[in-house]
Design a protein around this ligand. Structure first.
Ligand code: S3P
Length: 441
């Protein structure tokens, strides 16, 4: 039985050295690429969270052989093509899984029906359906481009697509479809987003041409290319590492090191922002692993100051604003986050839920259409009260963010639906307890 709530309360300092779980974005991609490729792909350090397990099951349904061969070690044997699945593909809570797999499946002459949990069924799919439709895919779906939907792929043609919102999921869906489009595909993004798909295309043997003009990127995937199986070593997820690191920054006397964290420059906007807030962070043992830069990151308790986060930084920390808002609650002065409208279409409306949760915990917040301002407790001249039971709408990052808040607030903080944490960070409770946190399930 899963617990109905989880509660975090203030205890002693947090201390220790931990490893972040495997990166969620790279884990989904490793399985999808493995299934699209010809031959065997071996994956090490795969995130064994609920979202990624859904992608593993989906790849098996499309005809790949997918096996777990050890802890975090998976073997995928692909045949260079997807076959028509016999049943509905249920992507659970995973927007990344759903959108990337739809892109990959669109390249083949098959019909596939996709669904997900109530959160995923409420999220916009038009952003991927529009370009896939321009390429020649067709579909039948609920009003407003929502799941469940049935996609019919095959016979795709080349397009040059400018992604209208900064979204690595949309970019990736178009590139994956482009692998089987006559003449390939060109994708233009006006703001650079995480580039794991481009990197993995190369690692699986495809040619991808990327030209940069300031933040704008033009990505050309020439047609007629086949992928061959590869070895993927998944680095630690910076979006998960953010929770123990911020916990250390706001809990007096703490020092926490997260080993093997991905330092891809398109993923580390949070570290830059925390640095500007005065966080005592050190990055050591920087190394290259599996085509990505990784390092060990240490955070020590710090006196933080509120900052204005540059809006152009949003794509490089889009999943980290909830935990940044928690750090901001303990800072001196306001922290202003603008240009974050995309947060409203994540697993939940994260601007609304962070504003509601923080204000229930006594933190001053101001919510705008695409902004959030958090008034730090130091300037307000009192601590963070806490003492609330926060509604998470089943959003893992809303749950973890408020539990971290509870570790440093005056009264305990509880969250509902804690089982959803397992979508991205199944070991969260054990890892935090191992550092000395008092969290009750
Ligand atoms: C992801 C891209 C981001 C991010 C998500 C993972 C990816 O979504 O929020 O958690 O793996 O490509 P968007 O592309 O919608 O910004």
């Amino acid at each position: 039985m899963t617990a109905a709530q989880m509660t975090a309360r203030r205890a002693g300092p947090l201390r220790g050295v931990v490893r972040a779980p495997g990166d969620k974005s790279i884990s989904h991609r490793a399985l999808i690429f493995g299934a699209l490729a010809k031959g065997v792909t071996e994956v090490e350090g795969l995130l064994e969270g609920e979202d990624v397990k859904r992608s593993a099951a989906a790849m098996a349904a499309f005809g790949a052989t997918v096996e777990r061969v050890g802890e975090g070690r998976w073997r995928v044997e692909g045949h260079g093509r997807f076959s028509e699945p016999a049943d509905i593909i249920d992507c659970g809570n995973a927007g990344t899984g759903a959108r990337l797999i739809m892109g990959a499946a669109a390249g083949f002459d098959l019909r596939a029906t996709f669904t997900g949990d109530s959160s995923l069924r409420g999220r916009p799919m038009n952003r991927v359906l529009n370009p896939l439709g321009e390429m020649g895919a067709t579909w039948l779906c609920r009003e407003g481009g929502r799941l469940p939907l049935t996609l019919k792929g095959g016979g795709l043609k080349h397009i040059s697509y400018t992604v209208p919102v900064p979204s690595a999921q949309v970019k990736s869906a178009v590139l994956l479809a482009g692998l089987h489009a006559e003449g390939g595909v060109e994708v233009i993004e006006l703001e650079a987003t995480r580039d794991h798909t481009e990197r993995m295309l190369r690692a699986f043997g495809a040619e991808v041409l990327v030209t940069e003009d300031g933040p704008r990127r033009r990505i050309v995937l020439p047609g007629g290319q086949a992928l061959s199986g590869a070895h993927v070593r998944v680095p630690g997820d910076p979006s998960s590492a953010a929770f123990p690191l911020v916990a250390a920054l706001i809990t007096p006397g703490s020092e926490v090191t997260v080993q093997g964290m991905l330092l891809n420059e398109l993923r580390i906007g949070l570290l830059d922002t925390l640095g500007e807030m005065g966080a005592d962070l050190s990055v050591t043992n920087v190394r290259e692993e599996g085509g990505e830069t990784v390092a060990d990151v240490t955070a020590r308790y710090s006196a933080l100051t509120g900052v204005e986060v540059p809006p152009e930084r949003a794509p490089s920390m889009i999943d980290e604003y909830p935990i940044l808002a928690v750090a901001a609650a303990f800072a001196d002065g306001p922290t202003v986050m603008r240009g974050i409208g995309e947060m409203r279409v994540k697993e939940s409306d994260r601007i609304a839920l962070m504003a509601a949760g923080l204000s229930a915990c006594g933190v001053g917040v101001e919510e705008g259409a695409d902004s959030l301002t958090v008034v730090g407790a130091v300037r307000a001249n009192h601590g963070v009260a806490g003492g609330a039971r926060v509604t998470t709408h089943g959003d893992h990052r809303i749950a973890m963010s408020h539990l971290i808040l509870g570790l440093a607030s005056d009264h305990a903080v509880a969250v509902d639906e804690p089982g959803m944490i397992a979508t991205s960070f199944p070991g969260f409770l054990d890892l935090m307890r191992g550092l000395g946190a008092e969290v009750e399930a």
